[in-house]
Design a protein around this ligand. Structure first.
Ligand code: NAI
Ligand code: MG
Length: 487
């Protein structure tokens, strides 16, 4: 697939492909080469209006409104099979558009999407109400209903995967969706739209509107016809999305940034903890909301630990994302690369010690956005390097001398998405896990995910849960019905 074979993107509204009403378009690039891949239509307010109207229409009419739950499940199963069939193509497209290693797109993102659609296909028939033993001659029961039109706004780090996090539960529960992928990485969402047609989803059930955040995203987040917004992205934009939904009291779920602590206690298995720290920060180029970007290491083992970690890190060379051997790809954009490199400079100016990396790397034509894996030591937990989300392959190492101190410092941060603890002491592992303020805690592992395991944050990392059965809560609402049994 050469770049020229990627056709310009259109909007997918009510089962039809169309250009933006105002004829606007934007470019999407290959971050590994800086070259344009193709153009995307940019949906303006009128297009978002059409998409929401199509979603509303589909929500309220046959066949979707009256479809048996089992048949909704079958459609999701079919969609899972189609993603699986096209896995090579989708993985390649994701890598071209995002810069992530093909190894990750092909063997992590895409298979996980297949799992997620299968998982939620199964839930379609398992969502039900209950009967409630009320006082009086009444039958009281609940119905679990879909919320209506869902606006799903997703970022560029796991483009299709995060779209599936929203689409799976939304569709299983009988909602309709207007999906807005990130402007940097919309191509796989457009492919998915094609697959929903092939799977047999009725027109209007899934709509895709591409465009920039402050144009298309803002129009969707504030649209009165949207019942719920499911958002993943930065904390700043999450706040804007929440504000935009206030007037029409939209349900909002926000999965936002993180600065997740990865805590290595004195008795940890060193080899495994080193691997966990390495994968925790360098997987996905560190452009991962749950990246283990704050590494807390007990001072007694810190020197030995860092030595091993740095040795491993020095072998991780950014390279062509399409090469199957590559494990560190290109950052998503010039803006993201600049942000990461600016943080490196900031770290140095704050007095943290740069141990390895810290600079851009030339790969291929030299125009891509590659940054060497970077480790800082001697970082103060109160410094900006340790407090702010960088969203790149930059690790802040912080030393501690007892577990209490580590827990306190780990929690002393605005975010609360994920955390990890490494120790052989099982009681300590659980007690630390209970005391960390985070939506996910990993014990002796990092970056483990599953369609069935809920994921989301506390504090500035947002609220609401994606994945698992908990995600279904926010895509459904309960109706209570009273029946008079008196004759
Ligand atoms: P962003 O949060 O602005 O973008 C995420 C999505 O929101 C995109 O689809 C974007 O088009 C949309 N969006 C932007 N402004 C909007 C608005 N006013 N209303 C509705 N939708 C809007 O993130 P951005 O600017 O791409 O990245 C900046 C930083 O955000 C990153 O460096 C990183 O720190 C953080 N980030 C965190 C993510 C996470 O998963 N926690 C994902 C992406 C970015
Ligand atoms: Mg791109």
């Amino acid at each position: 697939m050469s770049n020229t074979e990627i056709l310009p993107g259109q909007l997918f509204i009510g089962g039809q492909w169309r250009d933006a009403a105002a004829g606007e378009s934007i470019d999407t690039l290959n971050p590994a080469t800086g070259e344009k891949l193709t153009t995307l239509a940019e949906a303006g307010a009128a297009d978002v209006d059409s998409a929401v109207a199509a979603a509303r229409q589909a929500f309220e009419s046959k066949p979707w409104a009256t479809m048996a739950a089992a048949d909704r499940g079958r459609l999701l199963t079919k969609l899972a099979s189609l993603v699986e069939r096209d896995i090579e193509k989708l993985a390649r497209l994701e890598t071209l558009d995002n810069g992530k290693p093909i190894f990750e797109s092909r063997y992590v993102d895409m298979p996980t999407i297949v799992d997620i659609f299968h998982y939620y296909a199964g839930w379609a028939t398992k969502l039900h109400g209950e009967t409630i033993p009320v006082r009086g001659p009444y039958l009281n029961y609940t119905l679990r209903e879909p919320v209506g039109v869902v606006g799903a706004i997703v970022p560029w780090n796991f483009p299709l995967l995060l779209a599936s996090w929203k689409l799976g539960p939304a569709l299983a529960a009988g909602n309709t969706v207007v999906l807005k992928p990130a402007e940097q990485t919309s191509l796989t969402a457009l492919e998915l739209a094609r697959l929903t047609v092939e799977a047999g989803f009725p027109p209007g059930v899934v709509n895709v509107v591409t465009g920039r955040g402050h144009v298309t995203g803002a129009a969707l987040a504030s649209h009165p016809g949207v019942d719920k917004v499911a958002f993943t992205g930065s904390t700043t934009t999450g706040k804007a999305v929440m504000r935009a939904g206030v007037e029409t009291l939209k349900r909002v779920t926000l999965e936002l940034g993180g600065k997740s602590p990865n805590i290595v206690l004195e008795d940890a298995d060193l080899e495994n903890a080193v691997k966990g720290a390495y994968n925790g920060i360098f997987y996905g180029k560190g452009e991962v909301c749950a990246a283990g970007s704050r590494l807390f290491v007990h001072k007694k083992i810190k020197e030995a630990f860092l030595e091993k970690l740095v040795e491993r890190t020095k072998k991780l060379l950014p390279a062509d994302p399409l090469d199957p051997k590559t494990r560190l790809g290109a950052l998503v954009s010039a803006a993201q690369m600049k942000k990461v490199l600016d943080y490196v400079e900031l770290g140095k100016s704050e007095g943290s010690r740069l141990v390895t990396g810290g600079s851009a790397v030339t790969v291929g034509n030299g125009k891509g956005y590659f940054v060497a894996p970077t480790i800082f030591d001697g970082v103060a937990n109160g410094s900006r390097l340790a407090q702010e989300e960088i969203f790149g392959p930059v690790l802040a190492t912080i030393e501690f001398s007892d577990t209490e101190e580590a827990i306190r410092a780990a929690n002393d941060n605005p975010y609360g998405l994920a955390a990890a603890v490494w120790t052989k002491d099982i009681a300590k592992a659980h007690s630390v896990a209970h005391r960390l303020r985070a939506g996910t805690v990993w014990i002796n592992c990092y970056n483990a995910y599953d369609a069935a395991a809920p994921f989301g944050g506390v504090k500035a990392s947002g609220f609401g849960r994606d994945l698992g059965m908990h995600a279904l809560e926010s895509y459904t609402q309960v109706k209570d019905v009273w029946v008079n049994l008196k004759d």
